[in-house]
Design a protein around this ligand. Structure first.
Ligand SMILES: Nc1ncnc2c1ncn2[C@@H]1O[C@H](COP(=O)(O)OP(=O)(O)OP(=O)(O)O)[C@@H](O)[C@H]1O
Length: 581
């Protein structure tokens, strides 16, 4: 479905005042925003491109990137639900005009497999494909099979067969994509794999544990350490892997101020590590994957871990899903999947599986049977209960925060989370944050201020100086009559004066996109109406799998079915390009 916006007022910022012709028509129709129009106009002006149909194609590509696609399929675009009635050019002649354009001749526009690209994404996809194929085609690493089998028997005894197969595959090749839903033992596999590799290495192994966000990278390190505490690991295993630390992908590659996509490590200055493990790979954009692949040594093992059924990265691309699909044909051994869930109670696991399968009837059945660990709540009937739940958790967090007990306040905050598809409107995060604060203020008027004890916090951008990462969570706590922001950390929390917390939002409610990479005990998912284009199977799956113990889905059966049936479609060509000869 192609999402259109409605112009709400005369001065709507999405209207491009100076556009004319086709761009103005598609802007007023709600397809192109003024930013798309300006970017396209500028690109065309720089290259002396005067064909309005070519400008429309460029604007459609800029728009597509905003929605996470790296290319555009013109046939699909002109027939897409929601946009089919717009005055599109005839596709065949449109394609011919693009092919004959100045922008195509100068390489700004590219065609590949029937898809249209802006040069940057076309090159990045090509680079990811080339680097991956070079890695897959290289002679396999040498391993001592006897020692490998012996260590694997100890680390992966009976009951760990799936993980043993995956770890052995990853030990025997340079590149492995390890996929599985939450609790399927991905971290267990990684921890065992590292011990297998360390036992094979004559010198200490240099390991990079990394993830796209600070929160996810901290979780990875903690999870690997916890997994290695298990009795299956010997003291020698632990000694060989002591001092593992994790970092964000940006940090690992060597983020430099002022440059978003250029790093210290690249093709001519590779990372020193022998093993690079990337967690939450579904959140890695095409651009970051391109930067990572060029920086990893060809003789370093690369293990890309993630859940391909989750929402894709915020920035353009759907790399993990593309790798799973694209590698399956030509290098099937490179992808290993874990299927058995070890953590969830059966109910959440069964619901997640029904969502993965796209079985709407089963999803409704599971949500409406007697098991109250996953339940569908009618938005009207359940409104009071939802408010009461939000208020209870907010009050518990506030009580602990007023007492100065940061651990208890953080635990109360993480006991429950309201997840929304939208930011704005009646189903959006902003509304539910305000509503919760109003409910809280009815109990305690001190809450009517920006900073109050018990205000749950979500960090919205990285601040390397302060050690704050986009996606970090925290809470405002009273300490000696002063309010301080406490940001949750793995080993210790970060205490900061509230004045230093610039980029933070209130976290009584959170968007599902931002919840990626985190888990809480209980989730309430607020489904938008069935016609919301944001409501997709991937969004639903991501929200449900954030919960460890219980899921309340607030919505109608109609919304549930619409969510299961609508896929989050991103136009990418990577799977195709990986699969092609
Ligand atoms: N084969 C197994 N048998 C029993 N328990 C297991 C097995 N594998 C993993 N577990 C346990 O299941 C839980 C989840 O495992 P793990 O953390 O490795 O999964 P994960 O896929 O990394 O989860 P997530 O991505 O959700 O953090 C852990 O408590 C782990 O000890």
């Amino acid at each position: 479905m192609t999402e259109l916006f409605e112009i709400e007022e005369r001065d709507d910022h999405r209207v491009a005042r100076r556009a004319d012709g086709l761009l103005a028509t598609f802007n007023r129709a709600g397809l192109l925003t003024s930013a798309d129009v300006h970017a396209a106009t500028r690109i065309c002006a720089l290259a002396d491109e005067v064909d309005p149909e070519v400008a429309l194609a460029v604007a459609a590509l800029v728009r597509a990137a905003r929605h996470g696609s790296v290319c555009v399929d013109l046939d699909a675009l002109v027939t897409s639900e929601g946009a089919a009635d717009l005055p599109w050019p005839a596709v065949d002649s449109w394609r011919e005009r693009i092919a004959a354009s100045v922008l195509a001749a100068s390489g700004v526009l590219r065609r590949e497999g029937g898809l249209l690209y802006l040069d940057r994404f076309w090159r990045e996809e090509g680079q990811v494909r080339d680097d991956l194929w070079a890695r897959v085609a290289a002679p396999a690493p040498q391993v001592d099979e006897e020692a490998l089998a012996e260590t694997a028997d100890r680390l992966f005894p009976a009951g760990y067969d799936e993980q043993r197969t995956a770890a052995l595959a990853a030990a025997r090749q340079w590149t492995t994509v390890l996929t599985g839903g939450p609790g399927t033992g991905k971290t267990t596999t990684v921890a065992g794999l590292l011990a297998l590799l360390a036992a094979q290495s004559e010198r200490p192994l240099r390991v990079a544990l990394t993830a796209p966000t600070g929160k996810a990278s901290a979780r990875l390190q903690q999870a690997v350490e916890e997994a290695q505490a298990d009795e299956r690991f010997s003291d020698a295993d632990r000694a060989r892997l002591s001092g593992l630390s994790s970092s964000t992908l940006h940090r690992l590659l060597g983020w430099t101020p002022g440059s978003r996509n250029r790093f210290r490590h690249h093709r001519r200055n590779k990372l020193p590590h022998d093993v690079v493990v990337v967690d939450e790979t579904s959140m890695v954009s095409l651009t970051m994957m391109a930067r990572l692949l060029e920086a990893v040594r060809p003789d370093a093992r690369l293990v890309l871990v993630g859940d391909a059924d989750q929402l894709a990265s915020v920035e353009a691309g759907a790399v993990l899903a593309d790798l799973v699909q694209g590698l399956a044909g030509r290098a099937p051994g490179a992808v290993t999947g874990l299927r058995t869930t070890h953590r969830f109670g059966e109910s959440i696991g069964a619901l997640a599986e029904a969502l993965r399968q796209g079985d709407a009837d089963r999803v409704v059945e599971l949500l409406t049977d007697d098991d109250d660990r996953v339940q569908l709540v009618d938005p009207v009937v359940g409104a009071d209960a939802l408010r009461a739940r939000l208020l209870d958790h907010a009050l518990a967090t506030r009580a602990a925060a007023l007492a100065g007990d940061a651990d208890a306040a953080l635990a109360a905050m993480d006991a429950h989370r309201l997840l929304c598809a939208h930011r704005d409107g009646p189903f959006g995060v902003a509304h539910w944050n305000r509503l919760t604060e109003r409910l809280l203020a009815e109990h305690d008027p001190a809450v009517w201020q920006e900073w109050y004890a018990g205000r749950p916090l979500l960090v919205t951008s990285n601040d390397y100086g302060l050690g704050l990462y986009n996606g970090d969570t925290g809470v405002v706590v009273r300490e000696d009559d002063k309010l301080r922001g406490v940001i949750a950390g793995v080993r210790s929390h970060l205490w900061l004066a509230t004045a230093r917390l610039g980029a933070v939002e209130t976290l009584h409610a959170m968007t599902i996109h931002k919840s990626q990479g985190s888990q809480v005990a209980e989730v309430t998912l607020l489904l938008p109406p069935p016609d919301s284009p944001l409501l997709t199977r991937e969004l639903f799956y991501t929200a449900v799998t954030r919960a460890k113990e219980r899921v309340h889905v607030v919505g109608t059966a109609e919304s549930v079915v619409a969510a299961v049936e609508r896929r989050a479609q991103r136009a990418t060509g990577l799977a195709q390009r990986l699969a092609a000869d």
